[in-house]
Design a protein around this ligand. Structure first.
Ligand code: GBH
Length: 484
């Protein structure tokens, strides 16, 4: 007993209680707590990166400054009816001017990493051709500010803001090459200070949500065949970016991607359902992550698409499958899967209408998704390293009269997801860092400013940033290097 701190003692009592009525509190005195569960003992590796994520169009504003070109999101957000209440990213969080303040927020959290994206049309206003030095200079200032505060920059090269000037956009194969050239240029200029680059963010949003569902820029509702070709161009662009980054960046630069793979969670953690989750992970992500990790499209995907399957040129798949240094996964919600003895071998469960979600109707709560994302991807493809490149939630945040935001639901969400992240780390999967989405409220694409994902509240009239309760929670988790 006298070797236990009060907190450890309390934890052992709780653990004993969980064993059932037979295990009395007195047994807890006698037990040596499992060292892995000691609250004071960090359970994440000592060099684990704790960060926040943002993206350029969602926070920067300053859309006409210093020679920036237009992106498809400028066009889309200014098209009536496309974004909630006609909101645009014209000003957003004005981070283009307030970036030093934003770095201070990161610093006050104790963050050791910051994942942000580069606006392609700031650097190449026309998408290709002559770079705009003033645009790049902004990112040099931001990177230097981060480094001066001991925060490692993690750069996403493409988070959906395609230069409007590129003819044909993602329907053109040339855009894949343009992405590679742009990414290689930026990495060549910044790799003296930046080690980690993500080529793209979320393939399916670029291709399907933008070109098939029409909910994101450029707002097209193409045929399946055309949309599948867009998918192919996007993964090809990723592969070219990997290659040109490697060719241009200094040695030691690490390249990966940030992908919202569908996360298949075994409905029950038994061997057969775990195997079903593996199969579903490969097949359900066939056009994207599976293609990138394996350098091929699964037969089942091509057969399923039939005449609509993408046209693949000689050599494309080798480019798409360019080896990566790490895989980043954005984790929001689970898909439950179970083995069912059918020809496919598994079924993806439908969701009862009572299944709980956060303020965004699509954001179903399933903290174990973060564990299974890491485990499935690790076991199937064995990447050298993984990052959780996004995780977080929307909440109906209310500023109280005292100026506080008691986002207890977001704290609940984060605490549970990070607990499952901790399980993955404790089991030895090579997860190297976690980037919370998001540092602050921002332009939430079609939801405009109507959905808040930040751990800092932003008053969009004054640009004042206020830490929410969740920011306090995150600071404590970072300080203790464990789920709290
Ligand atoms: C992330 O995507 C984005 O990377 C980030 O920029 C964004 O701010 C964050 O989500 C919060 O939304 O067709 O009904 O599913 C997460 C995955 C996929 C969620 C597309 C929203 C569109 C609505 N997203 N989905 S729906």
């Amino acid at each position: 007993m006298k070797n236990l701190t009060r907190r450890q003692f309390a934890a052992s009592v709780v653990a004993a209680a969980a064993l059932g009525p037979a295990a009395s509190a007195r047994d807890a005195f006698a037990q040596t707590p499992n060292p892995a569960s000691r609250p004071d003992q960090p359970e994440f590796p000592p060099d684990f990166i704790w960060g926040c994520a943002t993206s350029a169009y969602q926070i920067e504003g300053a859309v006409k400054e210093d020679g920036r070109g237009l992106s498809i999101w400028d066009t889309f957000s200014h098209t009536p009816g496309k974004v909630f209440q006609g909101d645009t990213g014209d000003v957003a969080d004005d981070s283009y001017h307030l970036y030093k303040e934003d770095v201070k927020l990161l610093r006050s959290l104790g963050a050791t990493g910051y994942r942000f994206s580069i606006s392609w049309p700031r650097v190449f206003p026309d998408g290709t051709g002559k770079p705009n030095e003033k645009g790049l200079a902004y990112y040099e200032r931001l990177v230097d500010e981060l480094l001066a505060n001991n925060i490692a920059p993690y750069i996403t090269l493409y988070h959906w803001d395609l230069p409007q000037a590129l003819p044909g956009g993602w329907q053109s194969r040339d855009t894949a090459k343009a992405l590679g050239d742009y990414a290689g240029f930026v990495a060549g200029r910044l790799s003296d200070r930046v080690k980690h680059f993500f080529t793209t963010n979320e393939f399916v949003c670029i291709s399907d949500v933008g070109h098939r569902l029409g909910l994101f820029a450029p707002g097209l509702t193409l045929s399946a065949a055309e949309a599948n070709q867009v998918r192919h161009h996007v993964v090809l662009g990723h592969g070219l970016a990997v290659q040109v980054i490697r060719a241009n960046a200094r040695g030691g630069t690490l390249v990966g991607l940030a992908e919202n793979a569908v996360v298949y969670v075994p409905a029950i953690e038994t061997r057969e359902h775990v195997e079903a989750a593996h199969r579903a992970t490969r097949e359900g992500n066939a056009p994207f992550l599976t293609a990138v990790m394996e350098g091929k499209y699964l037969d089942g995907y091509l057969e399923g698409e039939g005449a609509n399957a993408p046209k693949v040129a000689e050599g494309d798949m080798r480019i798409i499958g360019s080896p990566l240094d790490f895989v980043g996964i954005n984790v929001y919600q689970p898909q439950y899967v179970r083995a069912d003895g059918s020809a496919q071998g598994y079924s993806v469960e439908s969701r009862p209408t009572s299944y709980p979600h956060m303020a965004s109707p699509w954001l179903f709560i399933g903290p174990e998704a973060i564990y299974w994302a890491i485990r499935n991807v690790s076991e199937i493809w064995k990447p050298a390293a993984l990052f959780i490149t996004e995780n977080g939630c929307s909440s109906d945040d209310v500023l109280t009269a005292e100026g506080r935001i008691e986002d207890t639901d977001r704290v609940m969400f984060l605490r549970n997801y990070v607990t499952h992240l901790q399980r993955a780390a404790a089991e030895g999967y090579p997860v190297k860092g976690y980037f919370l989405w998001s540092l602050m409220d921002n332009f939430e694409f079609p939801d405009g400013y109507g959905k808040r994902f930040g751990i800092h509240y932003v008053d969009f009239n004054t640009q004042k940033r206020t830490p929410k309760l969740s920011a306090e929670w995150y600071r404590e988790a970072i300080r203790r290097n464990r789920a709290v």
